[in-house]
Write a protein that binds this ligand. Structure first.
Ligand code: RBF
Ligand code: MG
Length: 177
């Protein structure tokens, strides 16, 4: 495969860390169903300064007290994080994809966070806090979906390894509400 297992310097480099606090929206509806890798979609405008690509860092999700009437038109069930239980407010490693998903030829830019933790529920409409600490690779197109999945699994390994470093561990609290 030839990809390194660890990326970047021993310490997060400018413009990182980048912190974003927002609400989970609904995406293209492919993450869980087609790839088995669910993603929490957030507004890409919040990360406008970042080039398209794959990034890593920390994230947490929590119950939202605000309900958006626009969500009533969504195709998915918004529970605003009510079912999160123990997993609310805990910080986990994350990988994030920003861009146009060349494999799917999206016309709309997206920013999607995959939290590296098994969740038993959806959390559309929940609050999410993300600390982006580094860049992994550019977005690519693939011959088949299995190659895309294999690369995302490698991204997850890279994120976990890269976050073990002390200066990245020290940034964990940046994703805490
Ligand atoms: N989509 C692509 O078309 N090319 C990629 O290289 C790519 N890398 C991704 C890396 C990660 C860590 C994640 C979470 C997603 C990535 N995606 C990529 C997006 C993927 O196609 C998307 O999550 C699903 O289609 C659901 O919207
Ligand atoms: Mg998604």
């Amino acid at each position: 495969m030839g990809r390194p297992e660890i990326v970047g310097e021993e310490t997060p480099q400018s413009p990182f860390p980048i912190e974003v606090e927002t609400t989970v929206s609904s995406g293209f509806g492919r993450g869980s169903s087609e790839l088995g890798i669910p993603t929490a979609n957030i507004s890409p405008e919040l990360l406008e300064d970042l080039d398209p690509g794959v990034y890593y860092g920390w994230a947490s999700v929590a119950l939202s007290k605000e309900t958006d009437p626009n969500d009533k038109n969504a195709k998915v069930d918004f529970n605003y994080g009510k079912d999160l239980g123990d997993l609310a407010d805990k910080v986990f490693p994350m990988v994030m994809s920003i861009g146009w998903n060349p494999f799917y030829n999206n016309t709309k830019k997206s920013a999607e966070v995959h939290i590296i933790q098994k969740f038993h529920c959806n959390f559309y409409g929940a609050k999410i806090k993300v600390a982006v600490l580094g860049y992994i690779r550019p977005e690519q197109s693939y011959d088949n979906v299995d190659s895309l999945i294999a690369d995302i699994k490698w991204d997850i390994k890279v994120a976990l390894k890269s976050l073990e470093r002390p200066d990245y561990q020290a940034c964990k609290q940046l994703a805490q509400f």
